[in-house]
Design a protein around this ligand. Structure first.
Ligand code: SF4
Length: 297
């Protein structure tokens, strides 16, 4: 009811692995009663069972978002990474099942140092679904900020990898999107017109456009910001009212984290038509020096 009273338009069920929840079908059913669009983010292994997929569809599920990094040729590598023999085949079967049930499908993957041929392999194999390249340069953020130590692609490399992925996808009539930590204007709007349209550099925390709720009812700043609850949506096991939510949301840690991260990296941004719509100047979690005039590495 809280979600409905807040006019939430879209709900994503994430994990861990949400399909392992014993009441996942009831959760989907209940969510759909109050929210127009419900998406499941999954590794897809349980969806190899076509009856389970049918039941998800019957419960009102709209979208399934599969998180994969390889195609069939690298299935062994995938199985080794997730430590489950046969995991890749399960996921592949799951995608087919969802397709047959006419569920809307996205595939999200992360641009890494992986060989480009793997992206091509995913595009070739799943060109019948909406390929959704989700570039997540930002691993999960923890309070000790250990993400800074993790190796990520440089901005330069990201551009060159995504350009190749985009052009190959276009050739195969597959749509790709890039959710980038880089400021939008690091792409050349005139020279890279088409690719530019497929890129977003938007921060949900700053714009307060996404609510991330943990299983215990606590509110997280965003799906990348884990173990840092800013408030609880429950009181004695029951959802708080809309008024209580709005009161709490406008103060305390919830407000301060938004204010702390809200910054305008450059004067140029103030007159930019994309500010707050498609760009927030770059991801503030990574580097406060980011912005249209910061060094492009
Ligand atoms: S908001 Fe700032 S960083 Fe983003 S595209 Fe505009 S000028 Fe560039």
């Amino acid at each position: 009811m809280l979600m409905k009273s807040l006019h939430i338009k879209s709900l994503g069920l994430l994990g861990g692995e949400p399909t392992l929840h014993p009441k996942i079908l009831s959760i989907v059913r209940l969510s759909k009663k109050y929210i127009p669009k419900v998406t499941l983010y999954t590794n897809g292994r349980r969806l190899r069972n076509k009856n389970f997929v049918k039941n998800l569809k019957k419960s009102g599920l709209d979208f399934v978002n599969f998180s994969i990094q390889t195609g069939s040729k690298h299935a062994k590598h995938h199985d080794k990474t997730v430590c489950v023999k046969g995991a890749w085949l399960d996921t592949k079967k799951a995608i087919e099942n969802c397709y047959k049930q006419k569920l809307k499908i996205n595939i999200q993957t992360v641009l890494t140092h992986t060989n480009l041929s793997i992206y091509k392999e995913i595009i070739d194999e799943f060109s019948y679904v909406n390929l959704f390249i989700y570039y997540r340069e930002i691993p999960k953020v923890t309070p000790d900020c250990s993400f800074f130590d993790q190796k990520v692609l440089s901005n330069n490399k990201t551009k060159s990898v995504y350009k190749s992925v985009y052009l190959y996808s276009k050739q195969k009539e597959v749509r790709t999107y890039l959710f980038s930590r880089m400021p939008l204007c690091w792409w050349n709007e005139k020279k890279e017109k088409e690719i530019f349209k497929s890129v977003t550099s938007y921060c949900h925390i700053i714009n307060a456009s996404l609510l991330t709720v943990d299983v215990d009812g606590s509110l997280l700043p965003c799906p990348q910001y884990v173990n840092m609850p800013v408030m609880s949506l429950l009181n004695n096991g029951k959802a708080i009212s809309k008024d209580t939510f709005l009161r709490e949301y406008q103060k305390g840690s919830s407000k301060s984290i938004r204010e702390k991260l809200r910054y305008i990296p450059d004067k140029k941004c103030l007159s930019c038509k994309y500010l707050g719509i498609r760009c927030t100047g770059g991801c503030p979690l990574i580097d406060f020096k980011i912005g249209p005039n910061a060094p492009f590495l």
